[in-house]
Design a protein around this ligand. Structure first.
Ligand code: ADP
Ligand code: MG
Length: 239
């Protein structure tokens, strides 16, 4: 569904050129749950930005359903992004002046479409993420785990095929992290939503069908659940 082809990205800093992605090739199937791990600064967030069309590559392509997404104009990319992609982040990035239900409904309002099922969609989503009773509250009155639930609900309200998650459990304790991961796994299974999750947490990565290890802007190794040695690979992070 997504294919990444010889993706390069560099940034100019003064007269210095920093090459962050150095030729990434990767294919992501429909409904696949992928974890990306690797040292800080190795380019993981940059890759998510390119996958989400928030930035453009220096060269190479991101193709969604065979169409070159990264080659579109910003306006065209925004249309694709609103339809097909949801984002969640470590720090939730909720809008502090809106209530929980307004945050969740935001992508639907932003679309400008009059969606007559909007209220019902929001109500169902609130139920699915377990936030009944919190509809009218401001996000900053919620715990971290609850705020991440709001952000997941907002990311998925328009039923995108792809969810990009940048360290979604990075600010949560183990129990709260588990609840968030269980929720992501539920959506991934029920709706065949592909998930691409950057994480430092091996527990989080163990939810994925495939783990990719990034190093210096390149994929060093990838291992799938069916691969012989998957468990050992996971364990090697803990060693
Ligand atoms: P990771 O998420 O793996 O920690 P990032 O993708 O955030 O790594 O960053 C990789 C490198 O790219 C870092 O050295 C970072 O400073 C640099 N970088 C990321 N975004 C920008 C930007 N917009 N301008 C300049 N440098 C950037
Ligand atoms: Mg990062």
């Amino acid at each position: 569904m997504i294919s990444i082809n010889q993706l390069f990205k560099s940034f100019e800093q003064g007269n210095l050129k920093i090459e962050v992605l150095k030729g990434i090739d990767l294919t992501i199937k429909e409904g696949e749950f992928i974890a990306i791990m690797g040292p800080s600064g190795s380019g993981k967030s940059t890759l998510l930005q390119l996958l989400g069309g928030l930035d453009t590559p220096s060269s190479g392509q991101v193709k969604i359903h065979g169409k070159d997404f990264s080659g579109l104009t910003e306006k065209q990319r925004t249309i694709v992004r609103r339809k097909s992609i949801g984002f969640i982040f470590q720090n939730y990035q909720l809008l502090p002046t809106l209530t929980v239900e307004e945050n969740i409904g935001f992508p639907l309002y932003a679309d400008g479409r009059k969606d007559k099922n909007m209220k019902e969609k929001i109500r169902n989503m609130i139920k699915e993420v377990g936030l009944e009773g919190f509809e009218k509250k401001a996000p900053n009155l919620l715990s971290g785990g609850q705020q991440q639930r709001v952000s997941i609900a907002r990311a998925l309200i328009h039923e995108p095929k792809i969810l990009l998650a940048d360290e979604p459990t990075g600010n949560l304790d183990r129990q709260r992290a588990k609840e968030i991961l269980d929720l992501l796994a539920k959506f991934n299974k029920q709706r065949k939503q592909s998930i691409i999750m950057v994480t430092h947490d091996i527990f989080a990565a163990s939810y994925a069908d495939k783990i990719i290890l990034f190093k210096d802007g390149l994929i060093e190794t990838e291992v799938t659940r069916e691969d012989h040695g998957y468990a050992e690979y996971l364990a090697s992070f803990l060693a």
